[in-house]
Design a protein around this ligand. Structure first.
Ligand code: SF4
Length: 210
């Protein structure tokens, strides 16, 4: 296991980059917004349905100088940067995020909340997972709670997480992609009956973009 304070990452001046690319955010509050994605390697949460399993082993992604990542992101017309993974909070994100913000860019984080926070963000999307629940600080930092729903049993899990976020946090139910057709009618009815919840769809999969 590579620890976040590993000398490999030099306090966040190097990070295990999987890929970085310009696309459209497909999910959640910022769905439809052009954004530059920076995907970091490493995740120990182990979701069965994860669509980024290739990111799990950070040893496959040698640390890259953050200046290289920053220059590529800053050269892109995107106004927003999505830091995702894997689980990006495995690493110190201060250097990356503070420098990008200094360039006038908005910083969005996608996280399971299972590791301590670092870095500065304009928007935090917390997606909690049953097998490794978020740290308490993640609930306090979340601007958006995005719960993946595989079955109707997940509504109670969604509510238990919603009870822990601050008021004003946006609430989203998102069907797990492989069962979306089956579970969507129940999600629709649940959101209609509990209208503080919104529905998030993985629209990038319909657009055939990453
Ligand atoms: Fe995949 Fe995210 Fe689950 Fe990690 S937390 S296994 S990256 S879905």
């Amino acid at each position: 296991m590579i620890t976040p304070d590993s000398a490999l990452f030099d306090g966040g001046r190097r990070l295990p980059l999987v890929e970085d690319f310009y696309t459209i955010q497909g999910e959640g509050f910022h769905a439809g917004k052009p954004a530059y994605f920076i995907r970091l390697g490493g995740c120990d949460v182990g979701c069965r349905w994860c669509d980024a399993k290739y990111t799990w082993n950070p040893k496959l992604y040698p640390p890259v100088d953050v200046e290289t990542i920053i220059e590529r992101a800053a050269a892109c017309p995107a106004q927003a940067i999505v830091i995702t993974g894997g689980e990006p909070l495995l690493y110190p994100l201060g250097v990356l995020t503070e420098t990008l913000r200094g360039r006038g860019l908005q910083l969005f984080l996608e996280t399971s909340g299972t590791h301590p926070f670092s870095g500065v963000f304009d928007w935090v999307c917390l997606s909690p997972k049953r097998q490794q629940p978020p740290l308490e600080e993640a609930f306090a930092r979340a601007d958006e709670l995005k719960v993946i729903v595989e079955s109707e049993e997940d509504f109670a899990w969604a509510e238990s997480n919603a009870a822990r976020v601050r008021s004003g946090c946006m609430l989203y139910l998102q069907p797990e992609w492989s069962v979306a057709g089956r579970v969507m009618p129940a999600i629709v009815e649940y959101a209609k009956a509990h209208p503080r919840w919104n529905i998030s769809i993985q629209t990038h999969k319909y657009m055939h973009i990453p």
